[in-house]
Design a binder for this molecule. Sequence first.
Ligand code: AMP
Ligand code: GLY
Length: 426
Amino acid sequence: MKVAVVGSGGREHALVTALSQSPKCSAIVAMPGNGGMAGLAECVDIKAADVAGIVAYCAQNGVDYVVVAPEDPLALGLVDALAEVGIPAFGPSAAAARIEASKVFSKALMENYGIPTAAHKSFTQMGPAMAYILQQGRWPVVVKADGLATGKGVLICQNEAEAENALKALFEERRFGAAGASVVVEEFLTGPEVSVLAFCDGEAVVPMLSSMDHKRIYDGDKGPNTGGMGAIAPNPFYTPQMAARCMEEIFLPTMRALAAESAPFKGCLYFGLMLCADGPKVIEYNCRFGDPETQVVLPLLESDLLEIMLACTEGRLTPGMVRFAPGAAACVVIASGGYPGAVQVGFPIKGLAAAEGIPGVHVYHAGTRQSGGQVLTAGGRVLGVAAGAPTLQEALALAYQGVAEITFEGAQYRTDIGKVALEAMQ
Ligand code: AMP
Ligand code: GLY
């Protein structure tokens, strides 16, 4: 089969790597792909959000199956548009992608179907939102943009002044554009966070190995939220008992709720969970694989990814199809200076070959491009250095060994990926 992968990040590099190992997969094209995929995929310069361009390319170039990785094309209806021309794809319809694309939608879904989440209210105006916050009289309070904001649309406010600034940024300055036209105000929850990616076929839901993201930019979970600065799998807080509870209280009810709303979910559903004192709650849903979670989960997948994806698309997914290897994986993201704010790009990256030469280490490219035999930085998150090993400690040591080999101007990374997990295991 000729498979197209839509997207360009580290997650897509991990997807391409896993798909390339399937005996069923004869060729891969990536749209637009990145500088690390050479040898695995042909990169075609079509933007991930260019729905018409992707459909036309796939129809004209004999693409048999499309894996849509990022949220934007899913929310724009790429899977629906491909179906119209008879090309099957992995990913939800636009209707089902609303579970990520609109927090107002996902919060209402959870409320209506009794799925545990933070207490909340949605607003379209500053005055009523501020009045509600003051009425709660509890700090901190969480203010979220309704729409897609690449993981940065969540503002945690410690006091009245911060809440006012957050609401102003969303409603008046439109920091997240139309994504902030509606705002969700919610209760601040505490507890360990767990990411669970799950294969879904519209009805059945089969969770993958759990993982833990590290969302803040600086060590010790300080600084603003990012798209993710590192990840480990499995997540030690997610015990088998907790997994069973999440299946009953969250995963199955979510699948049923979406089906009841005429939006059955096919693809990878990402459950961002917080394990609170009174039980697990949904912090966020994503309608796709997580980044950088995918870079630690897929390397431990023993089964054929393409076979599983096809089963999801065709509505014949069973738990037996999804097997993981024992052991652990870690991924450390190296970002450009200034990220998650504005960044400068175009700096040469050194040490890639040395890092990749370490047995067990994989370097996933995110924001890179090839130019005249050099690999240059081309985005906020540049690389994810990942490693698998029998234990988390070994996986982390290997990943950081790889990181130590790589340099570029302004490079920044967290030095404490996996620390919380290791402490929890002691
Ligand atoms: P989201 O984009 O909704 O996943 O939010 C990004 C991050 O903000 C989450 O991973 C949490 O660390 C934090 N966060 C979001 N909502 C809450 C909440 N209600 N209480 C505490 N932290 C939150
Ligand atoms: N790692 C968080 C996300 O993929 O949204």
